[in-house]
Write a protein that binds this ligand. Structure first.
Ligand code: SF4
Length: 455
């Protein structure tokens, strides 16, 4: 389903759309307040962007350096070319330990690789331990946001979900009660787990260590209790040196949720005695994206979600309408690189206002890349007949001032004299949710000429 159609479905519940919009805008405002408190915020963004550019230009050597250092620390490093390989590696590690119960903290990479269904098909129980992730897992839905996975659910909906799956009492959506119940439920899962899977926020090339950020401490709880810790990372997650963590940690939490620091920013370096630690470094299309001159900067992304919180389209269409692992503005750049035809509507799901680029902590030129994709898509993907021909006609009208004047005049005449029911008919998709502005008598040029005459 194209983004606009899926968005129309989300828009059927107007109260929910308004609430979703407001909730995300609140996070955006929190981000602004925190960002303005940091002197040299723009400089931090510049540093982070330059560091990421440096990493991407020297990715081969940083990856090898990271692998060497991680191995020295006693960590086993695996390489996966794609999602299938990644899932097989995870499975083989679990099989070796006869692990049947897994706890997993938030990892968009494992979502991208569809790890949960793969492990479940192999009789392995996977419990997502981030509260938002657990909510969507119980609802059998994908996350709708990369930082706030259940932002599309109201507290009343969570209440019902917990009654059904966790046997809780009706609480009218009392967040404190629901969180306590989730905590009890997850505590047992942590204690029973044979292995823990986490994502990676930053992998440090010069130490071989990696940082995982959570607000709930769930990654730490899982990794410290289980005998085996598997950390899954996209190959772009590298930063050159440990000292650069200060830059990225400052930017990440503030951009993501408007917090000065993530509650738990844990730096994993080596396995505890008697335990095992594995890192899986995954490509899955990243090398290809790196080779696309116009889109390689999308690999700077540190998955803070700020571009989603600020995007007027995302806030009013919901994450699921993108039908992609990463929704919102950055997802609309990454997804067409994976499947251009399937995701061809996404770069058009933007006003190109540039707000996403303005808030991005690593200065990705998001709106420019969306515009680039549009140019590729109209050439390479067959467009709907009506849209294609209307755009062609618009192109030739806009290229000739006289034709433009003539069409403008005729359209104004038609709009004034045609019944509204005809103007807002089925063919005019623009008119489904909006009225066209009232037509004034003259256009600007005519008005200006008259004014000059009268002076
Ligand atoms: S593109 Fe930028 S703003 Fe969007 S999630 Fe990535 S780092 Fe954050």
């Amino acid at each position: 389903m194209a983004h606009a159609e899926a968005a129309a479905k989300f828009n059927e519940n107007e109260a929910k759309v308004n609430w979703h919009d407001k909730a995300l805008w609140f996070v955006r405002q929190k981000r602004d307040k925190q960002a303005y408190k940091v002197q040299g915020w723009e400089q931090l963004r510049d540093y982070a962007s330059a560091l990421k550019a440096n990493v991407l230009s020297n990715l081969d050597s940083y990856l090898v350096q990271f692998e060497e250092n991680a191995k020295k620390n006693g960590v086993t490093v695996h390489w996966a070319a794609n999602a299938e390989e990644h899932n097989k590696i995870v499975h083989s590690i679990l099989q070796k330990h006869n692990a049947k119960k897994i706890v997993k903290s938030k990892s968009m990479l494992t979502e991208e690789c569809h790890l949960n269904p793969f492990l479940e098909a192999n009789d392995i129980e996977v419990i997502d331990t981030d509260l938002g992730e657990r909510i969507v897992q119980l609802a059998q839905e994908p996350p709708s946001h990369i930082v706030l996975p259940a932002i599309h659910k109201t507290k009343e909906e969570v209440d019902e979900l917990f009654q059904e799956h966790l046997g809780t009492k009706p609480s009218g959506g009392n967040p404190e009660y629901l969180t306590r119940e989730a905590r009890k439920h997850l505590r047992n899962k942590f204690l029973q787990a044979d292995a823990a899977i986490t994502g990676v926020n930053f992998a440090v090339a010069d130490t071989g260590g990696f940082v995982v950020c959570t607000n709930e401490g769930n990654a730490d709880m899982g990794a410290h209790l289980a005998k085996v810790h598997i950390a899954c990372m996209g190959m772009e997650k590298l930063i050159p040196q440990e000292k650069h963590l200060g830059i990225f940690l400052r930017l990440l939490a503030r951009s993501a949720t408007g917090q000065p620091i993530t509650t738990y920013s844990s730096y994993f370096n080596k396995p505890e005695e008697g335990k095992e630690m594995h890192i899986i470094i995954v490509d899955n299309g990243r090398t290809e994206q790196l080779s696309r001159e116009d889109f390689r900067r999308s690999l700077h992304c540190i998955r803070c979600g700020a571009c989603m919180n600020t995007c007027p389209i995302y806030r009013r269409s919901g994450g699921h309408s993108y039908d992609a692992t990463i929704p919102g503005p950055i997802g609309s750049i990454l997804s067409p690189g994976k499947d251009l035809t399937k995701h061809s509507s996404l770069p058009f799901a933007s006003t190109l206002c540039g707000s996403c680029s303005d808030v991005c902590p690593v200065k990705i030129n998001i709106h420019e890349q969306l515009y680039k994709w549009r140019q590729i898509i109209v050439k390479d993907v067959p467009q709907p007949f009506v849209k294609k021909n209307i755009m062609k006609a618009a192109g030739s009208i806009l290229a000739k001032p006289k034709t433009y004047d003539f069409v403008g005049k005729s359209t104004r005449f038609m709009l004034k004299n045609t019944p509204k029911s005809l103007i807002n008919s089925k063919i005019n998709t623009w008119g489904h949710a909006r009225d066209l502005p009232e037509v004034k008598g003259d256009n600007f040029e005519e008005w200006y000429k008259k004014r000059q005459k009268n002076e």
